[in-house]
Design a protein around this ligand. Structure first.
Ligand SMILES: [Zn+2]
Ligand SMILES: [Zn+2]
Length: 362
């Protein structure tokens, strides 16, 4: 398939993203060309637009779903062994290398960046989701989306949910009947809420703002919500959580807010012997005071998590398809054509959107 593909390109911090046109490459036998359906605007992308040392040009878009438009003759099956054909919807990543240290210890491959994080300065250029077409390149990892699963639901499987699933395994799971506090009511917080429910948590309490996000959290199954606009200080929130948990605190806290004071707050409310998963602290500016004595005195099991291995993408897809009953499609609140890519980033940044998606072929 010859022709060109329009794409939204990050051309450096502080500059608006630009729509540019790129040639569509010939599809190699082991590869495929994807016609993009939806690509989520992620906080990582938005952060990069403020980071003077962020590499560019890049076509962002790393949470992707699209339709196979041109399938190479040797790419016959998806990773689960199901036959692939043109017209199938798929999610996709470059395959892990299998040889680097991280791959060897069963962690995220560190040498192969995923689509949406690959510089667009040389062919095949179109390797991010904010493009009409995305070229998979050599050795892709492809999962066919089951026909009965909506595009929105499949996309949500790779927004927050897979990462939190990975992290929950690191803290030894969640047992049936436990109480979980989720700090943060953005897309990752919603993933934590879904996954805690899937694992059998009796009660999930979401701390966050604004009101429409907490409303969505309730629609997703949160048993209680605590607004940071109503309970404005860490002390007030800790007290509220204690009230809601009969003075005990939760067995599990999952931090998804990124706020500087969140970890100290989480350690202060967690129950003795509790587990703390820290997902949201990807930035390190500002004051981030914590008292590590709380980790010792409360015998807390603490873990961070970043991204996920491929195993959790598969599990997350399966969970979304068969176990999660919450109306997760509703979390995708905003859809944008390529021409409005800067408005899409804006809607993420000002918290107007829960999840904003680019629809490059709208
Ligand atoms: Zn992301
Ligand atoms: Zn690797």
């Amino acid at each position: 398939m010859a022709g060109t593909s329009k794409a939204g390109v990050f051309v450096g911090a502080g500059k608006p993203l630009e729509v540019q046109e790129f040639p569509i490459p010939e599809v190699a036998p082991g590869s495929a060309l994807i016609k993009m359906e939806m690509a989520a605007v992620c906080g990582t992308d938005v952060h990069a637009t403020h980071n003077p040392s962020a590499p560019h040009p890049i076509i962002f878009g790393h949470e992707n779903i699209g339709v196979i438009a041109d399938l190479g003759s040797e790419l016959k099956y998806d990773v689960l062994g199901r036959p692939l054909k043109e017209g199938d919807r798929a999610i996709f990543r470059p395959a892990p290398c299998g040889r680097c240290y991280n791959c060897t210890i069963g962690n995220m491959c560190r040498v192969r960046p995923t689509y949406g994080l690959i510089p667009a300065d040389k062919p095949p250029y179109i390797q991010g989701g904010f493009s009409q077409y995305l070229y998979l390149g050599d050795d892709p990892w492809v999962v066919r989306v089951p026909d009965e699963m909506s595009t929105e639901r499949a996309l949500m499987a790779v927004i927050g949910n897979h990462t939190v699933m990975n992290g929950i395994d690191k803290i030894g799971g969640i047992s049936v009947g436990e109480t979980v506090v989720v700090q943060g009511s953005g897309p990752i917080g919603m993933g934590a809420l879904n996954q805690a429910k899937v694992m059998g948590a009796k009660r999930v309490i979401v701390i966050g703002a604004p009101a429409d996000r907490l409303q969505l959290a309730e629609e997703m199954g949160a048993d209680d919500t605590v607004s940071i606009l109503e309970y404005e200080t860490p002390e007030a929130r800790i007290e509220r959580i204690m009230e809601l948990t009969d003075g005990n605190g939760p067995e599990v806290v999952i931090e998804c807010s990124g706020a500087g004071s969140a970890v100290q707050e989480g350690l202060s409310m967690i129950r003795f012997g509790g587990r703390y998963l820290v997902v949201g602290q990807l930035t390190d500016y500002g004051d981030r005071p914590i008292n590590p004595s709380l980790i010792t005195r409360k015998a807390v099991l603490l873990s961070g998590v970043v991204g996920s291995t491929y195993k959790y993408i598969l599990r997350s897809m399966e969970a979304m398809n068969s176990v999660v009953k919450a109306p997760v499609e509703k979390l995708i609140t905003h859809h944008f054509p390529l021409a409005e890519i800067n408005e899409a980033f804006e809607s993420h940044e000002n918290l107007e959107a829960m999840v904003a998606v680019m629809r490059p072929n709208l």
